[in-house]
Design a binder for this molecule. Structure first.
Ligand code: DOR
Ligand code: ZN
Ligand code: ZN
Length: 390
């Protein structure tokens, strides 16, 4: 069988540390199958499915269900993320050890959607995950500073009359958790870094040897709060789209390695939860099929990253952070390939209705993106080919 890859760039299959697949509970917006299709088409060969499902993935039964369903679909390695606290309530630690030792082999724990805000619970969670050689991925948001918040606190929010979500709500938690992680000797992963100040905190923490890693989303690299002028809830996301200079600082931090990798925070939502008033809309946007294009547009085209760098931020670093030995590295001779083949010169136009996700909440509707995934292979088998699931 011959596949013509003339002119293509071969990258190790992408690894997404932050995906919301919505199964179980909200299969009207995404299932493990439809999300896996979106992942394969986006060049991903491994995704980490966040725990804020219904029921919450805070026990071995739910994480094993997600893991098994991912295997059945077989298009991408679906790794369940375990909740840190029971029911994401932030009060009582979930049975992290049972999830880690289950068939799902959970290595990443997160209460994403919510923050582990109590410092004592966070300290205990870090001690627990240190013993398990696992990682906590923190959605950094001091909840007392974001009550009622609707948009990045700044001029745009003030002009539109939207309650502000201050940068310090994120930065205070990131600083605290870096200190706690260092104190405990545990690893910490910071979800969706969104402000220039967080970049400064991370640089400081890394310089003094803290075991911290961080991700940035494609939307925080490209978009800023100037998009809010239309009041279109497609742009509503947590953390919010920040200022123009924040996005610039995030791009530089990703180029410099202060921010380690790109993660999508792929967050499908039903039409009724997006086609409504801004204040009633749910936060989140699709990301799996557009991530590469946004990274090429924001990082490769301006010369901030070369293709080697794209491999680093989309695959190598996330695979290292999550401890996936069979991902994120060049293929040895004779080894079944796990990779994404990209046409660097192709351009395509985003059409939400044509994406593989059930939901269609993409903020990039009608946008022309550079770089197209022409094929994805998982352990030697095509999972996507010529824009179709294989
Ligand atoms: O925008 C977001 N959407 N941020 C989160 O933290 C949760 C996510 C979701 O589950 O929809
Ligand atoms: Zn989050
Ligand atoms: Zn999320």
């Amino acid at each position: 069988e011959i596949f013509d890859a003339q002119g293509a760039v071969a990258l190790p299959g992408f690894v997404d540390l932050h995906t919301h697949l919505r199964e179980p509970g909200r299969e009207d917006t995404e299932t493990i199958e439809t999300g896996s299709r979106a992942a394969a088409l986006g060049g991903y060969t491994a995704v980490f499915a966040m725990a804020n499902t219904d029921p919450v993935a805070d026990n071995a039964v739910v994480v094993e269900h997600v893991w098994r369903r991912g295997r059945e679909v077989g298009l991408v390695d679906v790794h369940p993320v375990g909740a840190v606290t029971v029911g994401l309530k932030g009060e009582k630690l979930a049975e992290l050890g049972t999830m880690a030792r289950s068939q799902a082999n959970v290595r990443l724990f997160s209460d994403d959607g919510l923050c582990v805000a109590d410092p004592l619970i966070m300290r205990r969670a870090l001690e627990y995950t240190k013993a398990l050689d696992a990682v906590i991925a923190q959605h950094a948001e001091e909840p007392r500073l974001t009550v009622g918040a609707q948009a990045h606190e700044g001029e745009t929010a003030a002009r539109l009359g939207l309650a502000g979500w201050p940068a310090v709500a994120e930065e205070a938690i990131v600083a605290r958790d870096c200190l706690l992680a260092r104190h405990v000797g545990a690893r910490l992963h910071v979800c969706h870094v969104s402000t220039a100040g967080t970049v400064d905190v991370l640089a400081w923490a890394k310089a003094r040897g803290t075991r911290v890693s961080a991700e940035v989303t494609p939307h925080h690299l490209l978009l800023d709060d100037s998009r809010l002028a239309t009041y279109d809830p497609v742009n509503k996301v947590n953390p919010p789209l920040r200022g123009h200079s924040d996005a610039a600082a995030l791009r530089q931090a990703l180029a410099d390695g202060v921010v380690d990798c790109v993660a999508t925070d792929h967050a499908p939502h039903a039409p009724q939860d997006k086609d409504c008033e801004w204040s009633a809309a749910r936060p989140g946007m699709l990301g799996l099929q557009t991530a590469l294009g946004i990274v090429v547009k924001t990082m490769v085209e301006p010369g901030l990253l070369d293709w080697r760098g794209v491999a680093r931020v989309m695959s190598e670093r996330p695979a290292e952070i999550a401890g996936l030995p069979d991902h994120g590295r060049p293929i040895a001779v004779g080894e079944p390939a796990t990779l994404a083949l990209v046409d660097p010169d192709a351009r395509w136009t985003v059409d939400g209705a044509a994406l593989a996700s059930i939901a269609g909440n993409t903020p990039y509707e009608g946008m022309e993106l550079p770089g197209a995934v022409i094929a994805t292979l998982l352990r030697g088998r095509f999972t996507a080919r010529d824009g179709k699931v294989a």
